[in-house]
Design a protein around this ligand. Structure first.
Ligand SMILES: Cc1cc2nc3c(=O)[nH]c(=O)nc-3n(C[C@H](O)[C@H](O)[C@H](O)COP(=O)(O)OP(=O)(O)OC[C@H]3O[C@@H](n4cnc5c(N)ncnc54)[C@H](O)[C@@H]3O)c2cc1C
Length: 326
């Protein structure tokens, strides 16, 4: 299916609907089947983390509903190693982190025995609705990446997370679930996947930062204090100017990371985390008391921003990857 142009009228309708449901998803900590179905119709569930068009879609969606954007990026991660599964147009998840180990992949305790998977994964995006999972598991001491379809041997429990509450993040227990399409060299497969997806995860941070700036600048123009608009105070406008500069730098870095993944994927994600944390912080400060009321975009983005220091490898692990090249 051809990709919709990110500025097509049909896609604009989808964006509006996604925006409308964003607060409800955050409040209820739930995904919306209606939006996943629509994403299927657009062919968005068969996309690998590649190309500027998908990047643009992730950025635009993140300005309205970053939880849905994260679901699409997590789905695309599955397809890096299992591309042929994309034609099934089902929702996928990438299940690597475990209760006792995240950064340290080699400490994986999930087992693959006689073609069956036993173990627990946690913090899995899309766990709520995913129909298949890419699972890292160890077989005779070697790590493999395999696919497990959701069935009665797969149990999901949603987590009450503070960030990305509409992305169906949860714990997934595999109790003798059948493994399909087993790939050797699981660690390399996971690293390759993350290298591909980090610029797309960073594009969520970009979209969120842009939207927060738009909200904060508009607010600062209208909000009056001491007889003028608060945007007229340089203490406010200079901070926003710095944020705009960093957001533009992030945009350039993301595009460059698409071309030079091996070199810039970790750099890009590290910078995305710094940028979105700073921008959401500054923008919330501009909105001040009103920004802290639940339900606003900036308040939600402020909570979500911290997740960029953690998801797809922590900021410390990004520094480790970058410094390994010295
Ligand atoms: C929004 C979100 C979505 C996520 N989605 C998924 C998903 O779809 N699938 C999935 O499998 N996981 C997912 N995760 C989990 C995420 O990948 C892990 O939380 C992350 O890899 C870190 O693992 P951990 O939480 O176990 O931390 P740990 O690895 O236990 O780390 C604890 C602390 O120690 C630090 N640390 C660890 N090792 C080193 C080192 N060598 N040098 C310096 N510092 C170190 C870490 O940086 C961190 O500060 C998601 C997380 C978030 C927030």
């Amino acid at each position: 299916m051809p990709l919709p142009l990110s500025d097509s009228p049909e896609f604009s309708k989808f964006l509006s609907r996604a925006e409308k449901l964003a607060t409800e998803m955050d409040r209820g900590n739930e995904m919306k089947i209606e939006l996943i179905e629509k994403a299927k119709e657009f062919g968005l569930l068969s996309l690998k983390p590649e190309g500027e068009e998908f990047l643009k879609i992730v950025e635009e969606l993140s300005k309205r509903n970053q939880s849905l954007a994260l679901s699409l990026v997590a789905n695309s991660m599955f397809l890096v190693e299992f591309e042929e599964w994309g034609s099934a147009e089902t929702l996928h998840a990438f299940a690597i982190t475990e209760p006792k180990s995240g950064s340290d992949l080699k400490a994986c305790r999930t087992k693959l025995n006689d073609g069956k998977v036993y173990g627990v994964k946690t913090l899995v995006t899309n766990a709520e609705l995913a129909e298949s999972f890419a699972v890292l598991a160890s077989e005779s001491g070697r790590l493999k990446l395999c696919v497990v379809r959701r069935d009665d041997k797969v149990k999901v429990r949603k987590l009450n997370v503070s960030s990305f509450r509409g992305s169906g993040i949860g714990v997934v227990k595999f109790d003798g679930a059948e493994a399909e399409d087993v790939k050797e060299e699981g660690t390399k497969a996971v690293m390759r996947t993350l290298t591909y997806s980090r610029p797309f995860f960073s594009a969520i941070a970009l979209g969120m930062s842009e939207r927060c700036l738009e909200v904060a600048i508009n607010y600062a123009k209208r909000r009056r204090a001491f007889g003028k608009s608060v945007l007229e105070f340089q203490g406010v406008s200079f901070q926003l100017a710095e944020c705009v500069t960093e957001v533009e730098a992030l945009r350039c870095l993301i595009l460059e990371a698409l071309r030079k993944r091996e070199h810039l994927s970790a750099v890009c994600k590290l910078f995305a985390a710094k940028t979105v944390k700073k921008v959401t912080d500054v923008c919330l400060q501009v909105l001040a008391g009103h920004g802290l009321i639940r339900g606003g975009y900036v308040e939600r983005a402020y909570r979500d921003a911290k997740a960029f220091d953690v998801g797809e490898g922590t900021s410390e692990i990004m520094k480790l990857l970058i410094s390994r090249r010295f």
